[in-house]
Design a protein around this ligand. Structure first.
Ligand SMILES: *[C@@H]1O[C@H](CO)[C@@H](O)[C@H](O)[C@H]1NC(C)=O
Ligand SMILES: *[C@@H]1O[C@H](CO)[C@@H](O)[C@H](O)[C@H]1NC(C)=O
Ligand SMILES: *[C@@H]1O[C@H](CO)[C@@H](O)[C@H](O)[C@H]1NC(C)=O
Ligand SMILES: *[C@@H]1O[C@H](CO)[C@@H](O)[C@H](O)[C@H]1NC(C)=O
Ligand SMILES: *[C@@H]1O[C@H](CO)[C@@H](O)[C@H](O)[C@H]1NC(C)=O
Ligand SMILES: *[C@@H]1O[C@H](CO)[C@@H](O)[C@H](O)[C@H]1NC(C)=O
Length: 792
């Protein structure tokens, strides 16, 4: 008898302690509380996706928060008291009998509370959507956490007029930072940097040349509401639309305003608990404002890094976001005592005292000199002569694509040559040439848990190009030439010149394929003249896959527009006829200008090396879709009238090769001698195969002879000339100190070349042809190294 009673009591005790403390419930009743001292006392949504309770961070700092139960690092999606963490002992969250939910600290002070006092709240429930709601007995919602977002938006949660997503100050902290995502006063969703000194919008890009319609947004709908659904499709009343790259049901997602100023879509892998990025707003992180502080310059080579201009030093050496301060006395009494230090490819955003277009360099310079407020001016090349006179230097970035130079105002006598003073701790510069350069996985060090799997394919900045994508994509699906014509008229500014041609049109343009100008790759190339008198090269493709895929691939290639890539103007796909229409490039291909009696001078060779690098870097890192060329060689590099290189035949690897961007290439492509060892060893094919081929090309540029010939050497052993050259050169570099370069550079130049540039080119070339693809640099970092070496 006693035993039974005892057992009964024991069971009851067990049961009550279980229900109170260890088994998680999805609600908290009126009159009860959660205590920070009891780790196990949590509210969990009925499907276990979300958990709500006290969340400890650092020592003795606790937040009342909601997080993903099954993500590895308990990713927080909402906090009640971001600004005011509470003590790790004695803090309580109470649902008072008066209806209010209140968070109190150890001493009883109210840190946070809901506005539901004297309502009939019955319980707090954590819904499966991640929404914490206060309900009455009729299940009406009186308060919900979805109305007070912090840095994250969840599916079905709306972002409206009065709400914003605000970044945290640092990774892992919950204190609000300086970045936010919200509607602006003209109904457009924007990313805003609101820092201690300045505030500015950086997305959509504030480039004065664009207006909102260029981003396919509208400011006319004032309802200001945005939401994304379980499929991963985000829609806003300003017509902003974007999709998660892994679009589909059944994946847990969040849209987070990250501490680094980028807005990202994340998808949870439930088996590993890790997040992958499936969309992000800003492709080029240096375009995010406020990264490097006043006077600081953001340099991107795989990940953003801050640097100070010459004669400036860190304001706070432990925190680069505090910017830089001048080491000279800036007081301007007599402005003629100042001079200028040029910094190529560098720009600062905003704070223009004056903007003038079409003016001479001299007048621009004098304008800055005459005004004591001017701290620098930017002169934009080539030819147009845009002049920006700057009163303050914020949001600086250095980016090889920027067609301008910044002239920093400093006291006379302090100017030094630029190459000696591009300052950054770890960036490779021309002077000390790197043999290993960083990898492109940005923020790998800071965001170790984040996988950048979708980076290449979906690093999309919504802009002009995106508008074209949407137009093109839609047309490709339902496409016929009639439709395209209509669209072209409507969006003539947006869609550039890419269009479909009829077979008849091209027959006429090429006079029935009369003048053959090239052969190779997957087709024959003919010269032609279109009705609008444009000269074109028409490539007739032999064997390509079926129509639908052909068009899809073309939509990718058609979007690519870069001065170092041969522009595709259109195509024809009628029955068995598959033709591509390219711009016609005046001069011959590089091989004819390198390996024959007419040869390029050094200056041109170096420009060619930089141009090819920029073109490939664009294909690898900036395109809307990941493109590997797979057949980089002198024959595929055309030279225009000014000997600027233009890469031909990109994207064709995809045309005759199906599969997703990361799929294995089953068929070997490329040209012997320029092909990376991966092809032979059946290793995954990545952009690094192009880096290898590029290395061969620039070594050939330096040496002036083919290195890609495969020669039989020492009996059966097949060794390429390249490998012998690489081995020999490395030995020379180690032993000869400086003089080795004379022996390597093309003797036809008669010694007329820059030693520094040549040495850089050889060393970059050697690092590009490393057998191990991980040791090869990325094209982005190659560009950085080479432009540092460019003469002013
Ligand atoms: C509490 O605030 C929300 C949002 O501001 C409002 O919609 C709601 O009506 C308020 N509730 C009460 C009871 O005042
Ligand atoms: C404004 O946007 C909302 C939400 O996207 C939509 O429901 C509404 O129809 C739009 N109004 C107009 C006039 O387009
Ligand atoms: C996103 O997905 C929707 C629905 O499938 C589609 O209509 C739309 O074109 C997609 N938008 C983009 C930008 O890819
Ligand atoms: C989740 O991660 C595992 C291990 O990395 C991987 O095998 C699996 O394909 C991933 N699942 C999804 C849906 O990405
Ligand atoms: C800078 O120069 C001005 C005038 O020449 C002088 O008054 C001022 O004290 C100097 N400031 C510093 C920090 O040296
Ligand atoms: C400024 O300095 C220059 C040269 O030092 C001198 O010629 C000129 O008169 C000065 N101007 C003023 C306004 O002091």
């Amino acid at each position: 008898m006693t035993k039974t009673v005892f057992l009964f009591l024991f069971c009851c005790l067990m049961k009550s302690s279980v229900s109170k403390n260890t088994i998680n419930q999805d609600h908290l009743n009126r009159g009860s509380f959660l205590s920070v001292d009891d780790d196990a006392h949590l509210i969990t949504s009925s499907d276990n996706t979300f958990t709500c309770g006290f969340y400890g961070f650092q020592t003795n700092a606790y937040w009342f928060a909601i997080w993903f139960t099954n993500s590895k690092d308990r990713t927080v999606v909402w906090t009640a008291n971001s600004n005011n963490p509470v003590n790790g002992h004695g803090s309580k969250l109470t649902l008072h009998t008066n209806g209010a939910m209140v968070l109190t600290d150890i001493d009883g002070t109210i840190v946070w509370g809901t506005n539901t006092t004297s309502t009939d709240v019955d319980r707090a429930v954590l819904l499966n959507t991640g929404n914490l709601v206060l309900m009455n007995t009729k299940d009406q919602i009186l308060w919900q956490s979805f109305d007070y977002p912090t840095d994250t938006l969840l599916p079905s949660q709306t972002l409206t007029k009065s709400k914003s997503l605000k970044s945290t100050l640092r990774k892992g902290s919950f204190q609000p930072g300086y970045y936010s995502f919200s509607y602006n006063s003209i109904n457009i969703l924007t990313l805003l940097y609101d820092g201690p000194e300045i505030s500015s919008v950086y997305w959509p890009s504030p480039d004065p040349g664009f207006n909102i319609w260029d981003y396919r947004r509208t400011s006319y709908n004032s309802s200001r509401i945005a939401v994304f659904n379980d499929l991963g499709v985000f829609k806003s009343s300003d017509l902003l639309r974007f999709n998660a790259s892994d679009m589909g049901f059944g994946i847990r997602r969040r849209l987070t305003m990250d501490y680094d100023g980028n807005l990202r879509f994340y998808s949870l892998n439930e088996s590993t608990g890790l997040w992958s990025i499936s969309w992000q707003a800003v492709a080029q992180p240096c375009n995010i404002h406020g990264i490097c502080g006043r006077n600081g310059i953001c340099v991107y080579g795989g990940k953003p890094e801050c640097s100070c201009p010459p004669h400036y030093e860190w304001s706070e050496p432990t925190d680069f976001s505090q910017g830089c301060k001048p080491t000279f006395n800036r007081t301007c009494v007599n402005s003629t005592t100042f001079g200028f230090l040029p910094m190529r490819y560098t720009d600062y955003f905003g704070f223009d005292l004056k903007f003038s277009s079409s003016i001479s360099f001299e007048s621009c310079r004098n304008m800055c000199l005459a005004d004591c407020r001017c701290q620098a001016f930017v002169y934009k090349l080539p030819g147009i002569g845009d002049c920006y006179v700057k009163s303050a230097l914020f949001n600086g970035y250095r980016y090889p694509k920027f067609a301008g130079t910044m002239y920093l105002k400093i006291p006379i006598g302090m100017q030094t040559p630029e190459s000696a003073s591009i300052p950054t701790g770890s960036k490779p510069t021309c002077a000390d040439v790197p043999v290993t350069i960083g990898f492109p996985s940005m923020y790998e060090s800071s965001g170790g848990k984040v996988k950048w799997v979708y980076l290449y394919s979906f690093a999309i900045a919504f802009g002009l190009v995106e508008a074209l994508v949407i137009v093109m994509g839609w047309w490709i699906f339902y496409g016929n030439n009639e439709l395209l014509k209509n669209l072209e008229e409507g969006y003539s500014m947006v869609s550039s010149q890419f269009r479909g041609f009829s077979y008849k049109e091209l027959m006429k343009a090429t006079q029935n394929f009369k003048v053959e100008i090239g052969r190779g790759g997957p087709g024959v190339v003919y010269k032609g003249i279109l009705e609008d008198e444009r000269v074109v090269a028409v490539k007739r493709l032999g064997d390509v896959s079926d129509g639908g895929e052909f068009l899809t691939e073309l939509s990718t290639i058609g979007r690519i527009n870069h001065m170092n890539l041969v522009r595709m103007w259109g195509f024809c796909s009628q029955r068995q006829h598959k033709l591509l229409v390219y711009e016609y490039v005046e001069n011959e291909s590089l091989d004819k200008r390198l390996f024959s009696t007419t040869f390029l001078q050094w200056k041109e060779r170096f420009e060619v090396a930089i141009g090819i690098a920029k073109g490939l870097a664009y294909l690898h890192h900036e395109c809307l879709e990941w493109v590997i060329h797979c057949d980089v060689k002198p024959e595929n590099i055309l030279l225009d009238g000014a000997f600027q290189p233009k890469i031909a035949d990109f994207g064709l690897a995809k045309l005759s090769q199906r599969g997703g961007p990361n799929s294995n290439f089953t068929q070997v492509r490329g040209t012997k001698g320029y092909m990376a060892p991966e092809w032979a060893h059946n290793l995954p094919i990545t952009a690094k195969v192009d880096v290898y081929s590029y290395g061969v090309v620039i070594l050939e540029l330096t040496k002036g002879i083919r290195l890609s010939n495969v020669s039989v050497h020492g009996g059966e052993e097949e060794e390429s000339e390249l490998m012998r050259f690489a081995r020999g050169t490395k030995t020379k570099i180690r032993s000869a100190k400086g003089l080795w370069i004379e022996e390597i550079v093309d003797p036809r130049l008669g010694g007329l070349f820059s030693r520094k540039q040549a040495a850089t080119l050889v060393e970059v070339g050697l690092s590009c042809v490393e057998k191990d693809r991980h040791k090869r640099p990325t094209m982005d970092s190659v560009v950085q190294v080479l432009v540092d070496c460019e003469p002013e």
